[in-house]
Design a protein around this ligand. Sequence first.
Ligand code: CMP
Length: 142
Amino acid sequence: MAIERTLSIIKPDGVKRNLIGKILQRFEENGLKVAAMKLVHLSKKEAEGFYAVHRERPFFESLTTMMSSSPVVVQVLEGESAIAKNREIMGATNPANASEGTIRKDFAVSIEENTVHGSDAPETAAQEIAYFFSSTELVNAS
Ligand code: CMP
């Protein structure tokens, strides 16, 4: 198995409800390490740029308004199969379909306010990491 990096976001609903520590604990307990991290309040334009792949979807306006409504934590998680592992820890996009013990099952408010985001593939992970971090902001965490 290869060491990978993935982009993770703790969304406004997670930050507002003081869930940063509990969510980080899930990642750390499952062997993922933080390679970069910051708290940012995205502009509407930044949220639209990040979710550009969804711009034709009916939920795009609402999603990008929600993502720019208050601060988020953006972080790079590193570890073996980090992309798939992060998605497993997060659970399904819709909390109604998320498995027991996942972040979204335990904390998500709705399919939109689903508490965390995680890259879905190596190409998107590389793009999403570069959207928020320069190479000098990343450490070798493993
Ligand atoms: P995320 O993993 O960040 O990727 C895209 C986001 O769009 C998703 O989590 C949800 O926040 C949101 N989303 C996906 N599907 C829907 C939907 N059917 N209705 C509203 N929001 C959605």
